[in-house]
Design a protein around this ligand. Structure first.
Ligand code: ASP
Ligand code: MG
Length: 482
């Protein structure tokens, strides 16, 4: 699974070159390369970014527990930068308060309001860490140099200048950064979209050339399927970034999709694990871990070559998605330009299309049917727009089905192993499950089934690909998956 390029770069470089990616880091450009302080025994320490989700800091007892873990990591000799989410359901509570006041909250005020949640948790966590004898400073997104565009509620990071964070680490402080927020060039406070703290953590890890970005949540890592559906799902020890991207893009909830994209673009190794247990989680990277992380990462993550890599299954995991709906535009005149117009109409209302299937009935070749799936939140707008253009598009019927489910089988081994589709379809047919739509990428096969069949489909396919674990491994501690 490890790429050759990743391997040679890591083995060839000086210890200081371990970490996310190539090129000079912000630390070097600030003349703060000494952030990689030498330990007394002369070994360079690892720089670790730890991100704690809302369920990990739900109350003050939880904050103290997290502080203990941070201080333990630091006392083991590592440098630690922390990114924290708002406590428990704080963000939802703030949204509710705003909704009690207005249906038309100005976006700018919404963002200032929502960033308050992370300010509370970051300050309390800094106090708890300091209380344990490790001095800590907390920083807002703006103070941490997270520069974004001005799209309130869904801002994109356009630059990272974490100078104060780098200096804090250099000075031996634990830096604690508020997740999910940044500052625009007009100096307005912005948010990165729900679940955006993962992205904050990955962006900081990239800018600081951290050796790993640890994402702490309330499950033990990435599983071969959702343990709530498949109790015999097993924890993945290692997985590549591209497979993780496919799983996250097709319904696996554990990581924010944008964070995975950012990690892939900047080659930041991720380690997803639980803050409620000491178990190692899942190493997500295209190469082995810095050996200085021994003991902190799954053993398989340290293997330097593929021969040592025990875990190389053809299939890594199964994602599922209940949140899509299906629209069929039936009886469209079978002439050039019709499909283009349909999707223009749908795109104009901002609907995001996933699968598309066209079929032309043999008995009636002058008319085509086009079926597509889209997020349920976009369905109404798409249907209204298609209805409004009925005369122009000259279709015969518009059909809508909200009760569909999508199963996605993901594995890099599909590239080189034939017979994966046959086994998938075989498993579904044996379980008596009808396949509605099919789509594929190089390393993924997705099928749409009836919503009511989805859980059984996931279970059957999990077993058919030999993914079932002999013991029950999955523990969900908090339940939110955050
Ligand atoms: N607190 C924000 C949210 O609930 C960001 C995050 O937790 O990542 O969406
Ligand atoms: Mg639906």
């Amino acid at each position: 699974m490890w790429s050759r390029a990743g391997r040679s770069r890591r083995l060839g470089g000086h210890a200081c070159s371990h970490g996310g990616q190539n090129g000079p880091s912000i630390l070097d450009s600030l003349g703060l390369a000494a952030v990689r302080a030498e330990r007394r025994d002369g070994e360079t320490v690892a720089l670790i970014v730890q991100k704690y989700g809302g369920s990990s800091v739900a109350d003050t007892a939880a904050i103290k527990r997290v502080a203990r873990r941070i201080v333990d990591t630091r006392n083991a000799g590592h440098q630690v930068v922390v990114v924290v989410s708002a406590m428990g359901d704080t963000t939802d509570d703030l949204l509710e308060s705003a909704a009690e006041i207005t249906d038309h909250a100005p976006e700018r005020e919404m963002d200032i309001l929502l960033t308050a949640g992370e300010r509370i948790s970051m300050a309390l966590l800094a106090m708890a860490v300091t209380e344990l004898g490790a001095p800590a400073h907390s920083y807002t997104g703006a103070q941490a140099g997270i520069r974004t565009d001005s799209n309130f509620g869904r801002a994109q990071i356009v630059g990272m200048v974490p100078e104060r964070v780098a200096r804090a680490v250099h000075d031996g402080l634990v830096a604690i950064v508020a997740g999910f927020q940044g500052v625009s060039k007009d100096e307005d406070v912005t948010t990165l979209g729900r679940g955006g703290s993962d992205t904050t953590a990955v962006a900081l890890a990239a800018a600081l050339h951290a050796d790993v970005c640890e994402i702490y949540t309330d499950v033990d890592g990435l599983f071969s399927a959702d343990p709530r559906i498949v109790p015999k799902a097993h924890r993945l020890r290692t997985i590549s970034q591209e497979e993780t991207l496919e799983l996250a893009a097709h319904g696996a909830k554990i990581l924010h999709l944008r964070a995975v994209e950012y990690a892939r673009r900047h080659n930041v190794p991720l380690h997803v694990r639980s803050s409620f247990s000491e178990k190692e989680g899942t190493w997500i990277a295209n190469g082995p871990a810095n050996p200085q992380l021994a003991g902190l990462v799954p053993e398989a993550a340290l293997a330097q070559n593929q021969e040592e890599q025990m875990e190389q299954p053809i299939i890594s995991g199964i994602a599922h998605d209940r949140s899509q709906d299906k629209i069929t535009v039936a009886g469209i005149p079978n002439s050039p330009g019709k499909a283009a117009r349909i999707f223009e109409v749908v795109a104009e209302v901002g609907a995001n299309i996933d699968m598309i299937v066209q079929n032309i009935p043999v008995a009636n070749p002058e008319r085509a049917n086009i079926t597509f799936t889209l997020p349920e939140g976009d369905a109404r707008r798409a249907l209204d727009a298609l209805e409004a253009h009925r005369d122009e598009l000259r279709y015969q019927e518009l059909r809508y089905n909200p009760d569909i489910g999508k199963l996605s089988l993901v594995g890099a081994g599909m590239r080189t192993n034939p017979g994966v589709s046959a086994r998938l379809f075989g498993a579904l047919s044996q379980a008596g499950i009808n396949i509605d739509l099919i789509s594929t990428s190089e390393i993924r096969i997705s099928v749409v089934t009836k919503l009511e069949d989805l859980d059984r489909a996931v279970q059957a396919v999990h077993t058919a690909f030999g993914l079932d674990s002999t013991e029950s491994e999955a523990v969900v501690y908090g339940g939110s998956g955050r």
